[in-house]
Structure formats: C-alpha cells, structure tokens
Write a protein that binds this ligand. Sequence first.
Ligand SMILES: Nc1ncnc2c1ncn2[C@@H]1O[C@H](COP(=O)(O)OP(=O)(O)OP(=O)(O)O)[C@@H](O)[C@H]1O
Ligand SMILES: [Mg+2]
Length: 256
Amino acid sequence: MSYILETVDLTKRFGGLVAVDHVNIRVERNKLTLLIGPNGAGKTTLVNLCTGVKKPDDGRVYYNPSGREKIDITGWPSHMVYKAGFVRSFQIPQPFLALTVLENVLAAMSGSGEDPLSPVTRWKWIREEEERVERAYRILKLVGLDKVWNFEAFRLGAGQLKMLEVARALAANAKLIALDEPIGGTDPKYSHDIFSKLRDLLTKTDVTFLVIEHRIDIALPYADYVYVMDRGKVIAEGSPNEVVNNPRVIEVYIGE
Ligand SMILES: Nc1ncnc2c1ncn2[C@@H]1O[C@H](COP(=O)(O)OP(=O)(O)OP(=O)(O)O)[C@@H](O)[C@H]1O
Ligand SMILES: [Mg+2]
C-alpha cells in the first residue's frame, strides 16, 4: 500500500520534555486519519513537525503526493511543504472577513503573474480569470458553500468558516489537508455537518485528511483509521472500533 504520509521515529524535545517521542504514523491516501489524545499529548507538535512549522530533533517525514515517489520532507520549511500540496489549515492566511466567500477562494489560488493591463496578455488574462472563477465555484459546490458565494466571510457561521478553510486549501491544490480541531467552538450539530462534508469530499475528490480532534465521541465514527497519543507516544492505533475498546485508550480518557 502506498501512504501519502509516513513518519519514522519522529521526535521533538522541549528542554527536558519529550513532546513527540519516536512516533510512527502512516496516513492512507484519500482517507480520513484521526489523531486523538488528551491535552498535551503531542498531537499539534506532531503535525507541526510534519508540516515544517517546527523542526524535529530526530526521525524522518516522508510525503508521497502522487503515489509514485516518496519524498523526504524532513525539516523542509513550511512554505515548501505547503507548495508541495500538504496544507495545514492555519498555514493558509486567515479568511479576509470583508471579502466574499468566492473572493476568498480566488485569493487562495496562485495567480498567473502576468500584467493584466498589458495589451498582449489582456485577452489571455480575461480567459484565465473566467476559468479561475469557474474553478472556485466548483470548489464551493464541493464544500457546500455555493449558495453563499457572495456573502462576506464575516456573515458565515463557525462551521461554514471551517469549510471555507477547506475550500481555500483545495484552491491551493492541497492533496493532504491537516486540520487541527476543526470542530472546536462549534456545537454538536455543526460538528457532525463538518465531518459529513469531509467524508463527502473524500468520495468526490482525491484529497486526504489528517484530523486532530479532542472530542472523540463526535469524531470517531467518521474516521477510517485512528492514532491515539498520550505523553508524546502513540499508545494505540487501529479502526475506530478497535481503539474505543482498547483498555489503554479507555484508561487515558477516563483518567483525564
Ligand atoms: N513551544 C513549546 N515550548 C515548550 N513546550 C511546548 C511547546 N509546544 C508544546 N509544548 C509542550 O509539548 C507538549 C505537547 O503539546 P501539544 O500542543 O503538541 O499537545 P496537544 O496534544 O496538541 O494538546 P491539546 O489537545 O491541548 O492541543 C505539551 O506538554 C506542551 O506543553
Ligand atoms: Mg493541540
């Protein structure tokens, strides 16, 4: 099987604390992999190490966007990881709240770089702009925001803003999207909405999700595979069913 992301013995120390301790995870392409664990388990740090936000002390990160070639991205700066299609939600600049939903998606696409006022490139530019708008609209449809395409972003609810983040990642050609607590601050109904939409995207596109989540009761049923971290280590992994019945996982969550 080819995995889109693999870590090998990934390790990060903060002084005497080993925040991420020889962690090995594998993220399957076009699936939703969930990373759970109590506060301070090392989830965010692990994703930071993978996306170049922080540098690991030890271990490797392999990324394979095409399925043909494993690239060693260990220690790459975050903008290079982003350009390679591995997008972490907060890496995308925050939505411009005064711009419309559609304009926000357009802003996340890379431009042609040509001067639209030059007579030679003018017509080409207009055609490219039309194609960009069409593509942005298709993305909005995929994430369920097409009906609100002309709303300013400040009018969106928390759940819709999360989907706007996903839309902007798709606009930036993301192959692997890491979401840190996507349902934080939303009520349970919206939380289920968000996860259903992520599942829907998996069937309609070839994108892959790596989702960090604290609220396992809501997130588990939507996952294909789950890693459970505690104190820097992976303490369990498997299908949602396997991990909820794992005594170590139960102990960690009840002991919180
Ligand atoms: N920059 C830093 N300097 C020092 N310690 C840090 C730093 N970042 C994280 N830590 C520590 O590393 C450990 C793991 O933190 P991390 O934020 O990765 O956990 P988490 O699983 O994401 O927790 P949460 O569910 O609260 O978001 C914690 O003990 C935290 O205090
Ligand atoms: Mg965290």
